[in-house]
Design a protein around this ligand. Structure first.
Ligand code: ADP
Ligand code: ADP
Length: 228
């Protein structure tokens, strides 16, 4: 998995002509293969930080590097999964996942094989040719996870990936994600406001707690647990 270095990152948005500080002087790191959870209430800046790490927004102060290289734009070496699956309705599961491989330097045959392997990895065997409207919410999110992983990134970013699912589906997919993390040995950063989810999944939980004035203060909690 990838190492990540986030140093003194600040980010503000201009809202109605006034600057709103979303992140102020945030520093944290992620070790290779670590599963880090960013926990905090709505509005504390979790999604903003994840978007910066993803390279989706380059307008910030401070530095973010992955394996020593500054993050500059999106990269095949980072996958991302959002709260909504964001599948194209006109494309099958296979075609949606294939879009994630568009820029990968692989032969057509290798692409077909890796897509099939990822459909199995997320438990969607039998649904390769299904369209998004034929999938349940949980299955659509499985497809989104497959798309995020299909380039074999060394870092997977997940923004409230289970937030829109019912409790049973959420519990299933949390365990599936843990299995995939152990299997793929990649680094993960998962954003959530669900304390139980953070404790279940995180090696380390970074709590973004808003102080008066709204900018988060950081608590870094290492979760002691046996690792097999
Ligand atoms: P969280 O993910 O923890 O709910 P966000 O990162 O979405 O928090 O938001 C942090 C703060 O930044 C909030 O005050 C939010 O209103 C503000 N913010 C986020 N995105 C934008 C944007 N595109 N334009 C203006 N303000 C934004
Ligand atoms: P759900 O939202 O239906 O609970 P899950 O992601 O928890 O979805 O699905 C669990 C497994 O059950 C999936 O991997 C899928 O293979 C299987 N499954 C779900 N719905 C169907 C269906 N309509 N037909 C066949 N298998 C299904």
């Amino acid at each position: 998995g990838a190492r990540l270095d986030i140093r003194n990152v600040s980010k503000s948005f201009v809202v109605n002509g006034a600057a709103v500080e979303a992140l102020k002087d945030v520093s944290l790191d992620v070790a290779a293969g670590e599963f880090v959870v960013l926990l905090g209430p709505s509005g504390c800046g979790k999604s903003t930080l994840l978007r910066l790490v993803a390279g989706l927004d380059r307008d910030f102060r401070g530095s973010i590097s992955q394996d020593g290289e500054p993050v500059a734009g999106t990269s095949l070496d980072r996958g991302i999964v959002f709260q909504e699956p964001r599948l194209f309705p006109w494309a099958t599961v296979t075609q949606n996942i294939a879009l994630g491989l568009k820029n990968a330097p692989l032969s057509e045959r290798a692409k077909r094989e890796t897509i099939a392997a990822h459909i199995s990895l997320v438990g969607l065997d039998g649904f390769a040719e299904a369209y998004p409207h034929q999938l349940s919410g949980g299955m659509a999110q499985r497809a989104a996870i497959a798309r995020g992983l299909v380039n074999r990134p060394r870092l997977l970013l997940l923004d409230e990936p289970f937030g829109a699912l019912d409790a049973l589906t959420r519990a299933r997919l949390q365990l599936e994600l843990q299995r995939i993390w152990a299997h793929e040995k990649i680094s993960m950063i998962l954003v959530t406001h669900d304390v139980d989810e953070a404790v279940l999944l995180g090696d380390r939980i970074i709590v973004l707690a808003p102080r008066p004035g709204r900018v988060a203060r950081i608590f870094d909690v290492t979760v002691p647990r046996p690792r097999s």
